[in-house]
Structures are given as structure tokens and as C-alpha cells.
Design a protein around this ligand. Sequence first.
Ligand code: FES
Ligand SMILES: [Fe+2]
Length: 457
Amino acid sequence: MAVSLWVEVGHDYMVTSPHGDVCNGSDLIDDRPQDGVFRVHRDAFRDPAVFELEMQRFFERGWVCVGHESQIPHPHDFVTVRIGRSPVIISRDGQGQVHALHNSCRHKGAVVCQNQSGNKRAHLCPYHGWSYASDGRNLLIKDKAEGDYAPAFDLDGHHLQAVARFGVYRGFMFASLSSDVPSLEVHLGDVRTLIDLAVDQAPDGLELVPGVVHYRFRANWKLQLENTIDAYHFASTHPSYLRLLERRASMPQRADAPKTIWQSQNKPKEMMGSFGLARGHAMVWTTTPVENHPLFDQRAQLQSRVGAVRTQWMMRTRQLNVFPNLQIASSAAIQMRVIHPVSVDSTEITSYCLAPVGEAAQKRRQRLRQYEDFFNPSGLATPDDTTIYEDCQRGMVSGAIEWQQGHARGMQRLVLGPDAHAQELGIHPMTSVSGTFEMSDETVFHAMYRHWRKVMA
Ligand code: FES
Ligand SMILES: [Fe+2]
């Protein structure tokens, strides 16, 4: 199945092998719970035709994350993003309403706004000078009066076209190029409870810390989606980071070095667990030591505001995937990652630091040092991960090896539906697992690939 062709079936597309057998995604997941088997075919990561179908199915016909509202706090603020392959402006108008607009001039298609972010009352197309207001309304067709347009010209609208669907949940902005999607509420489901855990840690919610990091790696986008909820890789992929933590601990003169939640004098036996949620979302949690957690000395206030159970969950590390392109990592700090697939073997990441609104300066400093220490190309962990993704992609070139063996740990502990931890949170995952950290469950990927197969097929 390594080489594929396109055939048109009705109005739809399917992936075929050179031998003509249709493998529209369903052939790429070997899901036999009765036999204790769950496998993902390597073509899911290396076949350009599969990638094309993913772009159509998930990024051009479904909800995707397009940023956080705190990026555009003021009237006429905007950011430019991509949804699938389409350039889009997310713009706040003069009345404070946010619009998701196709960033393509109605005249001849030029990308109207060329900046990544900024504040503009009007966007001027650089080609023939048409201009658009921050709500997308066409303000000017240059020299229109002299243009001898026929009356029919104005029967067609000249405004920037709105993206079919746009919605916000607790500051996280989502959009869909297609109107044929369930409501955002239905799409997110129990993810809302898990986003609430991040947002409610501060009375006034979260904001993005100014500054954004973009980086790219030469590997399939799903390797990033998997890695964030892959507890199994931590010790073997990041040994230099763990050694550095040990060295810092043994150097009293480095008392000002960033401390992390993985650094502790009295490290308890760690537990981990996972939830596989409807529509491909998933979360992994661990009970890491908490005394270096930024919330540690606010435990009493938190408990009185959100209760003991939610406080305990806020102090755990939580890696949340909101399928297909948002990751919220609550660990060394709170990181928000947005995944932009570029091609089957190229992916771009946009990464932000999230922090409580109104956080004290000293706390913010501690949070930022933890964030810089661990995340992004300049941090100590992200380069380990992105290098490994590229190694995986290079290693998967050979068509002779068909199936991955990386989705099987934890099968014997799998609970169908909510376990006691999920019940505590009031969520209804399709699968739950918990055990020692060393168990490092991989069943957390199943819900994602079951959703993937369903939508692809
Ligand atoms: S393409 Fe924008 S004004 Fe011509
Ligand atoms: Fe990692």
C-alpha cells in the first residue's frame, strides 16, 4: 500500500493501491479488541494520498483551532492563520466582535493581509488596491466610478468571505471551512471539562504571554499528536534533560535555576492514566510531585474556589489533545501548541505560553523560566522530540514493514468507558486506563485512530 493513486468515486475521493484495492483509511487501522490487537499501518504516516485525504476530511471539513482570543484583545486587532491550506484572518471589529474571514481578495484572489498580527481598521489589497474593513466589509473598489461596471457586478457581494463556522470556548478559538459540522459544543464534548481545568486555575482565566514560536520538522503531523500523550518516551528520549535536573539539584550555587515539577526531594511513586474521548480527543495525566508547581502555594484559595477534587487535578500534569490540531500541555508550564500539517512528511508548529490573567510578576517569571527551560527549539526537550519524529519518518520509508507496534501498552488494563478517575471529573471517555508511570499506557491513541478511521472512510 506504499504507492497510491487517486480515483474519483461519485463526488468523493478514495485512496487506492496500484492493484486497485481501495484503502480509504479503514485498511490502515487493525482494531480487534476481542484479540487484544490495535495496530496502525505505516502508510498512515508516509502515503501522500492519505495525507491529501486527511487535509480534506479533518482540516478543510472539520473544526480546527485557530488561536486564542487574548491574541486580539483590542478593536481592529487581527492575526492571520491557515485552515488546511486556506489563508484566514481572525479579526476583531470596532464593536468587539471577532470574525474569521478568508484572507483572499474578492477581485483576483490575492492574500489581502500579509502580516502575522497587528491592528488595522482597514486591510488594503496590495494588487489593485481594494480595501476591506476589520469586519470584512468591502470599503473601496479603486476607481469604481470610472470602471464602467455592468449593474450585475454589484449583485455579487464584494466583502471578504466569512469562514463557514467560527466559535470560541473559554478563549480558545475554533473555525471550520465547512458548515456541515456539528456544533462546537458537540465537537468538544468532554474536552470542555478538561479545558476548564486549565482555565479555572486562575479567577480571571488564562491569557497568552506575548511572543510566539514557529518551528517546522520533517515528519508527519500525527507524530506530534501522539508524542504529547506518549508517557513511554519521556526517560529514553530526554536523558540529557533529566541529567541536567540532577546536576542542578547538586549545585547549591544554582539555586536560582528553573525548578520543574519533575524535580523533587521526596518524589512519590508516580501514577499515570489516560482518557480516550469521542471525536479523537485524548488526555494523559500523571501525579508528579507538586511542590514546584506554580499553583503550589495557592492550594488553599484554589480549594475554596474550585473544590478539593479539581484542585488535585489542576496540580497533576495533563497533556490534552483536541483533535486534530490543538494541544494543551499543563506540565512544566502551560503550553498551547497548534499543529499545521504541511505535507505528509513536513509539519509546522505554532507554540505559545499560557498563563493566568493578573499573575504576580515573580510567579510569571518562574512560569516563563520553566516554559523556556523545557519547550520549543530553544528549550531542552522539544529538540529531542522533533529529532526523533524525523528519525521515525526516515525509518518508516521502507514499504517492507507495514504495521507499527506502538499502540499496545496498557491493553490488559483497559477500561471501556469511564474509570474511577473519569467519574471523579464527571467525564465519559470511551476508554480509560490508570497504573504506574512505567506502565506508560498507549491505549490513549485508540480513540484518536478510531475517529480517524471513521472520518477517513
Ligand atoms: S487582487 Fe485584490 S485588488 Fe486585485
Ligand atoms: Fe518529549
